[in-house]
Design a protein around this ligand. Structure first.
Ligand code: EPU
Length: 337
C-alpha cells in the first residue's frame, strides 16, 4: 500500500490535468483494499482506476483510492471456451494482448482502448462493432460499506450503450475488483463488419483474417484517428453519440442529406457526435491549450497546460454550437469532477 499527501494527479489521468489530491492511497491487493475501506468507512472516497474517462476540474479534497489490483487466472476451460478472470488494476490493452497471445477470441476489436480492466464494465466500453458486454461473464465488486464481495452477472450489470448499473443504481456503492470474460479458444467469431476494419484488412492484403489481424487493423485505425494519451492528453470520445427520433433526423436531413446515422429502433437513430462537431466547423478548433482533435472531432485534447475548466469551457462552447445549429443536446461521456 502506498500513501502520500498533496499528490499531483497528472500521471493518473489520461487528460494530463494537473490537480492535487490532499490524500492518495494506492492498493495492489484485496487485503489492502479492505483495510483502507475499513479504516476510512466514514470518509469520502474518490475511486480512481486508469483515469481514462474523467475530467478533473478542481483539486480533490476526498481521499483518492487508486485501485491497482493486479493478476489474472483461468477459472474454467473446455476445448471451445475459457473463462478468465482479470483483476481490476490490469491495463485494458494488456488484457486484450494477453488474450491474443493465448489465441483467445472476443476482445480483439477492443484493442488499444486506454484505461483499466476493472473500470471497463462501468461504461461498457465499445469500439468497431463490439462492446465489452459481448464477452463479459461476471465481475466481482466489494461493497464499500459492508466490505462484502458480490458477484454481478451480466444480466445484473444492465449494460447499455456506454452504460451499466455502476453508473446509476449502485453508483459509488461498489468497487469492481475483478472481471471474468468468456473467450473462444477455436471457431472464433470475427467482427469485421465495421467499414473501417474491412478497409484496413484489405489494405493490409489480408483475406481470411485471424483475431490478431483484426486487432492489428483496429490498432492501425485507432492510431490514425485517435491521439495517444501519452503524447497528447485526452479521454477518448468526450461526448456520447446522441440518440434522436426519426422525426428529428428527417428535419436535419432536409438541410444535411449526407448526415450519417445508425438505426437503434423503429423510431430512434444514433448520430455520430463527431460528424456534428466536424460539420459545425469545430474540428481542430482551439481555445488556448484546450482543443478539438484534428482527426476526430469527438475527442477533446490537452495541448499541454490546459486546466480542467478550460476543457469544460471548450465542451460548453461545442454543446451550445451544436444546440443552435442542429437542435441536438450533446451529453458528456466522460465523468466530470
Ligand atoms: N466523423 C466525422 N468527423 C469526425 C469524426 C467522425 O465526419 O471528426 C464521422 C465519420 O466519418 C463516421 C462517423 O462520424 O461516419 C463515426 O465516426 P467513427 O467511426 O470515428 O466513430 P464515432 O462514432 O465517432 C464511436 C465511439 C468510439 C469508438 C468508435 C469506433 C462513442 C461515443 N464513441 O466513435 O469510442 O472508438 O465509435 O467504434 O460511441 C471512446 O468511447 O472513447 C471511443 C473512442
Amino acid at each position: 500500500m502506498k500513501i502520500s499527501r498533496n499528490t499531483s494527479l497528472k500521471p493518473y489521468n489520461t487528460f494530463g490535468i494537473d490537480v492535487t489530491a490532499s490524500r492518495f492511497i494506492s492498493v495492489t491487493t484485496l487485503e489492502d483494499l479492505k483495510e483502507v475501506l475499513r479504516k476510512n468507512y466514514s470518509e469520502d472516497l474518490f475511486i480512481l482506476g486508469g483515469g481514462s474517462n474523467m475530467l478533473l476540474t478542481k483539486d480533490v479534497e476526498a481521499t483518492v483510492l487508486h485501485v491497482n489490483l493486479k493478476g489474472k487466472e483461468i477459472i474454467t476451460e473446455t476445448e471451445d471456451e475459457v473463462l478468465v478472470k482479470f483483476y481490476a488494476g490490469e491495463s485494458w490493452h494488456e488484457t486484450v494482448l494477453f488474450a491474443l497471445e493465448n489465441d483467445w477470441g472476443g476482445l480483439e476489436n477492443l484493442s488499444l482502448i486506454p484505461g483499466n480492466t476493472g473500470t471497463a464494465p462501468i461504461q461498457n466500453i465499445g469500439a468497431y462493432g463490439v462492446e465489452l458486454k459481448d464477452s463479459f461473464v461476471s465481475c466481482e465488486a466489494i461493497d464499500i460499506q459492508t466490505l462484502e464481495l458480490i458477484t454481478f452477472t451480466k444480466e445484473a450489470c444492465k449494460f447499455g450503450y456506454r452504460d451499466s448499473i455502476f453508473k446509476s443504481e449502485v453508483k459509488d456503492k461498489y468497487i469492481i475488483t475483478s472481471v471474468t470474460f468468456g473467450l473462444t479458444k477455436r471457431n472464433h467469431v470475427l467482427n469485421t463488419g465495421y467499414g473501417a476494419i474491412e478497409e484496413a484488412l484489405t489494405n493490409m492484403g489480408i483475406n481470411s483474417p485471424s483475431i490478431k489481424d483484426v486487432s492489428s487493423a483496429v490498432i492501425k485505425i485507432r492510431k490514425q484517428k485517435l491521439p495517444d494519451p501519452k503524447v497528447l492528453g485526452n479521454s477518448g470520445s468526450f461526448f456520447k453519440n446522441p440518440i434522436v427520433s426519426t422525426e428529428e433526423l428527417k428535419q436535419i436531413q432536409a438541410r444535411y442529406p449526407e448526415i450519417p446515422f445508425y438505426i437503434i429502433s423503429e423510431d430512434e437513430v444514433k448520430i455520430p457526435a463527431g460528424w456534428l462537431i466536424d460539420k459545425a466547423g469545430l474540428k481542430g478548433y482551439r481555445e488556448g491549450d484546450a482543443g478539438v482533435h484534428q482527426h476526430q472531432a469527438l475527442v477533446l485534447v490537452n495541448y499541454g497546460s490546459a486546466r480542467g475548466r478550460d476543457i469544460l469551457h471548450l465542451a460548453e462552447t461545442i454543446q451550445s454550437k451544436i444546440r443552435n445549429q442542429f437542435n441536438i443536446e450533446l451529453h458528456p461521456e466522460v465523468n466530470i469532477f
